[in-house]
Design a protein around this ligand. Structure first.
Ligand SMILES: [Ca+2]
Length: 342
């Protein structure tokens, strides 16, 4: 009788504690070629800031969409608008490891090669300054202090992470996981590139760095263009977000409203936002385990990600990654609007 009673008590206690469980919290460094919305990095950071599953321990910047001066200024301003400027911004690499500015780079999308000063963000530059520590030193120190606990959401070229791996022996083993927006997988549907016919922009800007990261052994969750092409930021979602009135929703409405207003065909894909959303709710995406490697030979496939189910000549020993290839866009947009609009 007594043991029966205590068993039921134990069951009740277990059920009670399961119900009271807060969501699992990911302690993350957001590594980003940042710019304010409508840029996807800005929308992705807004989603992360609004999500209790994500504890942002720092933002590290890298040259990519724009140069690192703009990434720094815009990231500081976004955190200020969100009332979250206790999160530090750490300046990272201003140039890729080896990729040089050339006529193709300067005549196509991206300003990673630019030395221009940062333009004034909406509402002016943030009052808070950059942290003094570099992005790589911050990453290395943070990961070493909490081995196996810190994750990286990498939504720009992978220069900073490659530098951390190369400069700090132990770093790769101590990173819990990376969620990367990058690559285009030609062996899966919707796998064309966007920087060259087969190369995706983030990987193409710094192929040497990406190759170091994909070969490092850090567990990788990859959001390539294949999954981005299944997404759409539709007008109804924009309207719901704009009406919500949160500080970041107001910023997004101001930055994107004019385009949504004048262009009825405007329904952008989501890129970096998918990486963040998949960390918050992995059930949003479908994945396959594939070996993923990067071509860093300076030929026609510079910066192309190549993926397969089993090793092929040249890719022996390269680890597998979890590669996203599909997403439930309706649930994704519900999460996106709900979190930023609250
Ligand atoms: Ca980005």
């Amino acid at each position: 009788m007594r043991s029966g009673l205590s068993r039921s008590c134990a069951v009740i206690l277990l059920v009670g504690s399961a119900r009271a469980q807060p969501p699992a919290v990911h302690h993350v460094i957001v590594d980003t070629d940042f710019a304010l919305p409508p840029q996807d990095d800005g929308l992705a950071l807004a989603l992360a800031l609004g999500s209790p599953e994500i504890d942002i321990v720092g933002v590290t910047t890298v040259a990519g969409n724009f140069n690192v001066a703009r990434a720094n200024a815009d990231a500081l301003r976004m955190l200020e608008i969100a009332g979250r400027d206790t999160i530090g911004v750490y300046a990272g690499a201003g140039r890729p490891l080896a990729h040089q500015k050339d006529a193709y780079a300067t005549s196509h999308y991206g300003k990673w090669w630019s030395d221009d000063p940062a333009p004034t963000p909406p509402g002016g530059f943030a009052k808070k300054a950059l942290e003094r520590e570099s992005a790589v030193d911050f990453m290395a120190r943070t990961v070493a202090a909490r081995p196996g606990e810190v994750e990286i959401i990498a939504i720009g070229p992978l220069t900073n992470v490659a530098n951390a791996i190369r400069q700090h022996p132990g770093f790769a083993k101590a990173v819990k996981r990376m969620t990367i927006m990058g690559g285009a997988i030609a062996s899966l549907a919707d796998g064309a590139g966007n920087a060259t016919p087969n190369a995706e922009f983030n990987i193409w800007v710094d192929p040497e760095a990406a190759r170091v990261v994909f070969r490092s052994g850090i567990p990788i969750e990859l959001s390539p263009l294949n999954v981005s092409r299944k997404t759409v930021f539709d007008r109804a979602s924009f309207d719901r977000l704009a009406q919500s009135g949160s500080p970041l929703a107001r910023l997004i409405a101001a930055q994107m409203g004019p385009r949504f207003g004048r262009d009825t065909t405007y329904h952008p894909h989501m890129y970096d936002e998918v990486a963040v959303a998949s960390l918050i709710d992995p059930t949003l995406v479908k994945t396959k385990r594939l070996i993923v490697d990067v071509d860093d030979s300076h030929g026609i496939n510079y910066g192309v990600t190549v993926a397969g189910t089993e090793a092929w000549p040249g890719a022996e020993g390269v680890p597998t990654a979890s590669v996203q290839y599909d997403i439930d866009n309706a649930r994704f947009m519900q999460l996106f609007v709900g979190r930023i609009g609250k």
